[in-house]
Design a binder for this molecule. Structure first.
Ligand code: ADP
Length: 777
């Protein structure tokens, strides 16, 4: 192939290399170079550009300029301030410097164009191109210095030499590497070199990135937070909120100063305030801190009410606000008297036990009134998590203080009367035992440093007067019960309910409905009618509701009929409350075999409980169904054994246990009745069924038995008797040991009932059956 040569002006390049097909601009300032450009412009705009070996040299000699360079076409010239010219060129072809034609006033050379030496093995070349392309893409991805457009354009390149040159022009390489690529006019060799260089570059970039990432992530974290915070501050400032948070912080700091906190609490409050300042009050954390500060400042650390220990006044208040309950009032007055003597209210905690609606809560409120203490009430019903008493640690999301701390916040004094309602309804599970937390609250030795998990500060509860209430003592955890002085508040008789309604409940409802006195009046018989036919309870809660309902309906009636007075009679009650719900005597009028009325006592007061027994042929199985607790089942078995050993005495076939199955059933009552007091009832029912004896219909009984037939005492005699009376029963059989409790039963009830005292089961059975000869056998 014939070699083509040209004579062209030369500019030695400093720090750059130009490849064919590459478009580039550079500034020319050297005198010689400027003249060379001028010459080129006059002669076809072609110029030979070759790199200097050392960029620093101002006037390079022949051997300081590389031999291989690029013939370029000058596209544009731009005069810059001073004597500098910006030249835009496009590379045309590789060329080799053959000789210097002139050196002054500018360099002029004879150059020989170097044609690319094409690949012989097309396949090999193609494979190489592909690899180069792949590596280059990786390079582009890592270096971020190649545009996506450039990558797409590569796909269009047919010619491998040009492909290599264009890629070379995109790489950021050292001069000598570029020169190396420029000098490779064998295309295959050029591609190989290129691949090697790119691979090397990619490796370096990867390492760079790894180092960069590590350093960056370290710097990033702290910078990011700083950045975001600054941004937030700027936004807040922009919105004018920053002023508000400043104001808020000032307010808190004033409050803290004013609150007269104990030293530790004050330190804690100030610490939290500093945190609030730093986090900014608009962050989520800020909200949490604010809630905490509010809680801390709400607690009455030093506020106190002055006790009034005037016993006479206390008695007056109790009398004034509650009817009856003489025993209870006496006990309370005694308790207060002792306290007033010792000038401290430490000591056992009062526990008021009784059925619902008998005034436990309201009497506790009266005690608070009498003592001039603030009153707070907290129900423990269903509390099963220790955290409910003691709070959640603040590390939990949505943590809140426990109920004691919340109660104290409500109380607004550090010596309130704190009522813990329904202490018998506490239950523990895997979340911890609330009873033990409560123990700490109630223990006067420990409760001056009660610690709530949320508050994280000791709270002094030693000046709080705690009173608890419960429906039954059975389910109160023993250690708690030991710390309490139990006062029983039992159910009311009809008369008592009547007086309570007349003197307290009705006037209270008038007040609540804003009624002037005299507008509505109740006749005595109408009150009795509500009590007897519309309620059946030990307390007066549902009576209060019914009375309120009558009053509401009466007001509506008055307004509709344009009257301004109404006097409620039995008929009005029927009209307003509908048909009677309970009839006076619930007891059966017929004497039956195998059915005996027992008397039960539950947390809800007394009740009557029929026990049914049926006997059938079988193999001596004893079956129990209905609302029978475990203890009652044991009672049934004890009774069964007693009958087996005494069968003949009662005219029962001694082999009954081989031939008969006995089924005992307690049909009534949704509330499971536990307790051993149904022993006598079950024996009587079994004897009746086995011996075919009719049981008196107007009789109810209670008592536990031993295997030898001794009748043992039971609890809640008053409640049971009142319940039997309500149910229309007129004879009751009770254990001898309970005879002393009869004095607690109101005379009005006792005078209308026959009470049979039983020492042994024989005493019960002698009195239980109808005298007349029982029919068939
Ligand atoms: P408990 O706490 O025992 O369930 P409450 O204290 O809630 O009962 O009493 C229910 C309602 O009955 C209250 O309005 C209360 O004032 C009233 N009450 C109960 N007993 C009496 C009483 N002996 N004298 C006056 N009101 C009473």
């Amino acid at each position: 192939m014939e070699k083509e040569s040209r004579v062209l002006p030369l500019i030695p390049l400093r720090g750059i290399t130009i490849f064919p097909h590459m478009v580039l601009h550079f500034d020319v300032g050297r005198e010689k170079s400027l003249l060379a450009v001028e010459e080129a412009m006059l002669n076809g705009q072609e110029i030979f550009l070759a790199s200097q070996k050392e960029a620093k040299i101002e006037e390079p000699k022949e051997d300081e300029i590389f031999n291989i360079g690029t013939i370029c076409n000058i596209k544009q010239i731009l005069k810059l301030p001073g004597d500098t010219v910006r030249v835009l060129v496009e590379g045309e072809s590789r060329a080799k410097l053959v000789s210097y034609v002139q050196k002054e006033p500018f360099l002029k050379t004879e150059v020989e164009i170097l044609q690319d030496e094409k690949c012989e093995d097309k396949g090999k070349c193609e494979a190489l191109i592909r690899t180069v392309k792949k590596e280059f893409e990786e390079y582009a991805r890592l270096s971020n210095s190649v545009s996506a457009e450039a990558l797409i354009n590569l796909d269009d390149l047919e010619e491998s030499g040009r492909f290599a040159d264009i890629i070379s022009s995109y790489l950021t390489l050292k001069e000598d590497k570029k020169q190396e690529l420029l000098e490779a006019y064998d295309v295959y060799e050029r591609l190989e070199k290129l691949l090697l260089i790119i691979k090397n570059e990619v490796e370096i970039l990867k390492i760079e990135k790894k180092i960069g990432l590590k350093v960056k992530s370290k710097i990033d974290k702290s910078q990011k937070e700083y950045f975001l915070r600054e941004q937030m501050r700027a936004i807040q400032e922009e919105l004018g909120e920053d002023d508000e948070s400043k104001k808020e912080i000032e307010e808190y700091s004033k409050k803290i100063k004013k609150a007269k906190l104990p030293k530790v609490a004050k330190e804690k409050a100030l610490y939290e305030l500093t945190r609030l300042k730093n986090t900014g009050s608009y962050s989520a954390e800020g909200g949490v801190i604010r809630t905490y500060l509010d809680c801390l400042l709400d607690i009455p650390w030093n506020k106190k009410t002055k006790d009034n220990l005037d016993i006479k006044r206390a008695r007056e208040i109790l009398e004034d606000e509650h009817y009856g309950l003489e025993d209870v009032k006496d006990r309370i007055i005694e308790y207060l008297a002792v306290k007033s003597m010792s000038k401290s209210l430490k000591g056992p905690i009062l526990c008021l036990v009784g059925p619902p609606g008998v005034g436990k809560t309201s009497i506790a409120r009266s005690i608070a009134n009498a003592l001039n203490r603030n009153f707070v009430r907290m129900s423990l019903g269903g509390v099963r998590d220790e955290a409910e008493i003691r709070g959640h640690r603040r590390t939990y999301v949505g943590a809140i203080p426990g109920r004691i701390v919340n109660g104290m916040r409500k109380a607004q004094s550090k010596n309130p009367l704190f009522l813990l309602d329904e202490i018998d309804k506490l239950s523990g599970d895997f979340r911890g035992d609330p009873a033990s937390a409560l123990l700490e609250v109630l223990d006067s030795e420990q409760n001056n440093t009660f610690r709530d998990h949320y508050l994280e500060l000791d709270l002094n509860l030693s000046e709080v007067m705690f009173i608890t209430t419960a429906n039954t003592l059975d389910t109160i955890p023993r250690p708690l019960l030991d710390r309490m002085e139990v006062i029983e508040v039992s159910g009311y008789t009809y008369e008592e309910k009547f007086h309570i309604a007349k003197k307290y409940l009705i006037p209270k409802q008038f007040k609540e409905h804003n009624l002037e006195e005299g507008k509505i009046t109740f006749s005595d018989s109408s009150i009795y009618s509500v009590i007897e036919h519309y309620t059946r309870e030990s307390g007066v809660r549902s009576l209060e509701r019914k009375v309120a309902s009558v009053i509401r309906k009466a007001i509506a009636d008055m307004l509709e009929r344009d009257k301004n007075k109404i006097s409620i009679t039995v008929n009005h009650v029927k009209k307003y409350l509908g048909p009677e719900i309970y009839t006076y005597d619930k007891a059966d009028k017929i004497d039956k075999i195998g059915v005996v009325m027992g008397m039960a006592w539950t947390g809800y007061g007394g009740d009557t409980l029929p026990v049914e027994v049926s006997v059938m042929s079988g193999k001596g199985k004893l079956q129990l169904t209905g609302q029978l607790g475990d203890v009652m089942k044991e009672s049934a078995e004890a009774g069964y054994s007693y009958i087996r050993s005494n069968a003949e005495k009662y005219g029962i076939n001694p082999d009954f246990y081989k031939e008969k199955d006995i089924h005992i059933h307690a049909p009534e009552g949704a509330v499971p009745k536990d307790g051993p007091s149904a022993g006598v009832t079950m024996i009587t029912a079994m004897v009746s069924a086995l011996g075919n004896k009719k049981v008196k219909h107007n009789l109810a009984m209670t008592g536990e038995i031993t295997l030898t037939g001794i009748v043992l005492p039971i609890g809640g005699l008053k409640e049971k008797t009142l319940a039997a009376f309500r149910a229309g029963i007129d004879t009751i059989i009770i254990p001898k040991a309970n005879e002393k409790d009869l004095r607690k039963i109101p005379k009005s009830v006792l005078s209308k009932m026959k009470v049979i005292i039983a020492e042994k089961i024989e005493d019960v059975l002698e009195n239980a059956f109808v005298e007349e000869k029982s029919n068939d056998n």
